[in-house]
Design a protein around this ligand. Structure first.
Ligand code: SF4
Length: 351
């Protein structure tokens, strides 16, 4: 399955090889297993792979270059990412196409990433025909490259800003982390992506719990929305082998409040200026009448994974348990049941 022919370096390399999330490998019947409460994945999450790995050095990421070990064996968003050859991936995707609503190609920081991503978009578009998202690597890209992704056939694109503000970004990903990324360039590229792909077709990954205040993160979510983009929210999880491996996730209440604010902002139901915060930056008022807010909480929708849509689902990219284990679900990969809503309600008032 992962034969080693036709590759340029000493290990599997894109575009002939890709890594995929464990959930994706299970969906394609390449790995056995069932998820807790029978969670299903609707987006094939693929990751470019190179023998030298990612050139980034983000403090919270399991793929950081300063971490020992082979790139393909490192974990990322809580799970392993096994490597398969492209032909196997396409064959298995066609066999299981009925289960999927989207494909995502995640670039990493590597000189060949753009050229290979363009080739892969064309190949998946022609051979599989599912909508394609690209999680871009802005550091090695220009505005013209964003347009090239669209021209090649990507339907959506996202920037993993991850941090709410410039100081935190610099500390975790930029000069302060001996990393190559720069906040201003990421923000410019997100604005460019929103302009090129159009309203609601650009996404911004943001992580809750990396030292920011709720107010700061919600303000950023509003700024993303003001560009015409939407936020794909994650709860920080201490990734094994990363520099933050010993840190703790944020309190569940903090994540729940930010999830609720994100849902209201991205669905144009409320705005940051209408919200209120206490002296520690925690949200105290979501800017909606109490009965409306209660209705949205009871729907459970604000607490489900936020990501690119597909197949009539608000989020096709539901990344089961990508930011918390089943015992501490942060982003629900399925609709909430009454017991889940009761738990969330309790968490909203805590922390
Ligand atoms: S939300 Fe999912 S599909 Fe969309 S860019 Fe992010 S990882 Fe890819």
């Amino acid at each position: 399955m992962t034969t080693m022919k036709n590759q340029p370096g000493p290990g599997p390399s894109s575009p002939d090889y890709l890594q995929m999330s464990l959930a994706a490998a299970m969906t394609l019947n390449l790995k056995e297993g069932l998820f807790f409460r029978n969670a299903r994945l609707y987006c094939l999450n693929l990751l470019l792979t190179y023998p030298g790995g990612c050139m980034g050095n983000c403090s919270y990421c399991g793929l950081q270059k300063s971490r020992d070990g082979a790139f393909a064996e490192k974990s990322f968003i809580r799970v392993s990412w096994p490597t398969y050859d492209l032909e196997t991936i396409i064959e298995k995707t066609l066999e299981n196409r009925h289960k999927l609503h989207r494909i995502c190609l995640s670039m990493i920081t590597h000189p060949r990433a753009l050229e290979d991503t363009l080739a892969l978009i064309r190949r998946f578009r022609e051979d599989v025909g599912l909508p394609i998202s690209v999680l871009m690597n802005p550091t090695s890209m220009t505005a013209a490259d964003v347009a090239a992704l669209r021209q090649a056939g990507a339907q959506m694109a996202a920037v993993a800003l991850d941090l709410a503000g410039e100081d935190l970004f610099d500390r975790h990903r930029g000069a302060g982390a001996r990393g190559p990324h720069r906040f201003a360039h990421y923000w410019t590229m997100l604005a460019e992506t929103a302009a090129v792909f159009g309203r609601n077709k650009a996404g911004c990954h943001l992580i809750c719990g990396l030292g920011e205040r709720e107010e700061e993160l919600v303000q950023r979510i509003q700024a993303v929305r003001d560009l015409g983009a939407r936020t794909h929210l994650f709860s920080f999880y201490p990734e094994k082998g990363s520099r933050l491996a010993q840190d703790l996730p944020c309190p569940a209440g903090q994540y729940r409040r930010v999830q609720l604010a994100r849902f209201l902002i991205d669905n144009d139901l409320s705005h940051f200026p209408n919200m209120a915060f206490d002296a520690r930056g925690r949200i105290t008022d979501f800017g909606l009448p109490p009965e409306d807010l209660a209705r949205w909480i009871d729907s459970g929708r604000p607490f489900m994974t936020s990501g690119c849509p597909g197949g009539g689902l608000e989020t096709a990219c539901n990344r089961p348990f990508g930011d918390g284990p089943p015992s501490d679900i942060r982003s629900y990969p399925f609709p909430l049941e009454a017991g889940d809503v009761a738990r969330v309600r309790e968490q909203l008032g805590n922390g």
